[in-house]
Design a protein around this ligand. Structure first.
Ligand SMILES: C[S@@+](CC[C@H](N)C(=O)[O-])C[C@H]1O[C@@H](n2cnc3c(N)ncnc32)[C@H](O)[C@@H]1O
Length: 268
């Protein structure tokens, strides 16, 4: 399979779980509530990663067929190994979904679309495989205004390493991450009854090590950035980030908010 339609480095499901998957599990239930899928029919999780949303949908509707697809073979293997209810996991590209028109009652993409170079292709595919009257829903981090753990990282890193600016600006100024961006994509895709929300979870870290070490796991934009960094710069960023994390108190638990933009629409 060609792996060209992703900007997300995904090579290790366990490392992804520690870095982001554990928080994606918290986002999934409110995102499902918001999506408001009909009570029957198959459901598809597009860009499922290690299966946070797929598992939550399978748990909520044990009798339904729930499928998760992702470009990353390692993530799919990890998700399958977790044996999460009756959820089915398959490799697949969001921009060329391997399903017939109208197969699903609902399709959802949690934290995917910022990492697809042409997100309109992915949304058009989600619309195509969803039946008429069915729901399409997506959520992306409000990375600029609502994602404390990333804000702290990148604003600290750019003061030490100017190359961090490119990553920060790409994430924070992404057209889908700014207010109204995701809803515009849904309107352009011709979906009806579009509704938007912002969904907030909390990320609870045990201590600075619990915050810092998962950043080095090699996954996503953070992992790609740190993988190329020399030890001196990494050490300086670590020290400054530890200072920001502790903020004048002893090292220990910290709870940071994380907000996602969520949009849903109905297939005409
Ligand atoms: C931030 S992760 C989100 C994963 C999961 N939805 C979650 O909530 O934890 C982004 C995921 O999108 C996947 N991805 C990126 N581009 C893709 C594409 N074109 N088709 C399928 N998956 C893709 C990556 O492999 C990665 O698993």
């Amino acid at each position: 399979m060609l792996k060209t339609s992703s900007t997300f480095h995904a090579s290790d499901g366990a490392a992804y779980e520690r870095w982001l998957g554990r928080w994606a599990r918290r986002l999934a239930p409110p995102f499902i509530d918001f999506a408001g899928f009909a009570g029957d029919g198959d459901l598809l999780d597009v860009g499922c990663g290690t299966g946070a949303l797929t598992a939550a949908m399978a748990q909520r509707w044990p009798g339904r067929r729930v499928i998760g697809v992702d470009l990353a073979d390692d993530f799919i293997a990890f998700a399958r190994a977790q044996r999460r209810g009756r959820a089915i996991f398959a490799p697949g590209d969001a921009c060329a979904l391997n399903y017939d028109d109208g197969t699903f009652a609902g399709t959802a993409a949690q934290l995917l679309l910022l990492f697809v170079p042409q997100p309109e292709l992915a949304l058009n595919e989600m619309r195509r495989v969803t039946r008429s009257g069915g729901r399409v829903a997506a959520a992306v981090w409000d990375s600029r205004g609502g994602l404390v753990f990333q804000r702290m990282l990148w604003d600290t890193a750019v003061t030490i390493d100017p190359r961090a600016r490119r990553v920060r600006d790409r994430l924070f100024a992404h057209p889908l991450a700014i207010p109204g961006g995701l809803a515009t994509l849904f309107r352009d895709a011709g979906l009806d009854q579009i509704a938007s929300a912002s969904l907030t979870i909390r990320m609870d870290f045990a201590d600075f090590a619990d915050y810092w070490e998962p950043l080095l796991g090699g996954q996503g934009p953070v992992g790609s950035y740190f993988a190329e960094l020399d030890e001196d710069l990494k050490g300086r960023i670590r020290a400054a980030l530890r200072d920001a994390y502790c903020s004048g108190a002893d090292d220990g638990p910290r709870s940071f908010t994380a907000t996602a933009w969520a949009v849903r629409g109905t297939v005409p």
